[in-house]
Design a protein around this ligand. Structure first.
Ligand SMILES: CC(C)(COP(=O)(O)OP(=O)(O)OC[C@H]1O[C@@H](n2cnc3c(N)ncnc32)[C@H](O)[C@@H]1OP(=O)(O)O)[C@@H](O)C(=O)NCCC(=O)NCCS
Length: 188
């Protein structure tokens, strides 16, 4: 079982830890200086193969994106975390949830994305499981939904191993095509 602990105090009533730690990873609330690390992920064609609309063209785009992540945290008290190997300052991925509507229903959309050199080591599963555990614990009434392009086998596996289950009732059209939904058990 992966260890998840809160490593900093809560700043927002009822919601997310500023920092999460797992056995191997440190997840931190994003700040503006994380833009270059985020660009290293989303400027790489391999990480957006299944979701090309997410690709960033330059550092300016990355700064704008991180600013949106920061504002989501300011507004909701949770959002996306930047993920680092515990022993390093390098950002190797990001994972978290953001508010959105699917079929008119308010949900927390779970995302995870890592630099290709780190794939296959269980990092996405470890980070996603930590995020899901935190949300289920702190926001028990919320529905978590991972939207996955059907051909994205690694992402499907991460969703399942993070504790979500396939839920065709929440399938929907996404920015890059039809997405399969995986949801937290509370809504079934
Ligand atoms: C999806 C993604 C986050 C998985 O990251 P990861 O750290 O490699 O994931 P894990 O190591 O936890 O492995 C998850 C599963 O993917 C499989 N996998 C990992 N890399 C793989 C590869 N290159 N080819 C095929 N399967 C792969 C693993 O075998 C594992 O499945 P299993 O445990 O059932 O065997 C990563 O591939 C990625 O960032 N992809 C681009 C972004 C993306 O598609 N994100 C999801 C949509 S938001």
């Amino acid at each position: 079982m992966l260890g998840v602990s809160v490593a900093a105090s809560w700043e927002h009533p009822a919601v997310g830890a500023q920092e999460l730690r797992t056995e191997r990873l440190r997840l931190t609330r994003p700040v503006a200086s994380d833009s270059a690390g985020v660009f290293a992920i989303l400027g790489d064609a391999r990480t957006v193969e299944h979701n090309p609309s997410d690709r960033l063209e330059d550092l300016g785009d990355a700064a704008e994106l991180v600013d949106r992540w920061v504002r989501h945290w300011d507004e909701h008290g949770f959002g996306y975390w930047c993920v680092r190997d515990s022993g390093s300052d390098r950002i190797i991925g990001y994972a978290g949830v953001k508010r959105m509507l699917i079929h008119g229903r308010p949900v927390l959309n779970l995302v995870y994305r890592f630099v290709p050199e780190m794939w296959g080591r269980g990092f996405a599963t470890e980070a996603a499981a930590a995020v899901v555990a935190r949300v289920v614990d702190q926001l028990p009434g919320e529905t978590i939904v991972a939207r996955v392009r059907p051909g994205n086998r690694p992402s499907r596996h991460v969703a399942l191993k993070a504790g979500l289950q396939r839920d065709p009732t929440m399938d929907c059209q996404g920015e890059d095509g039809f997405d399969w939904a995986f949801t937290s058990p509370e809504i079934r």
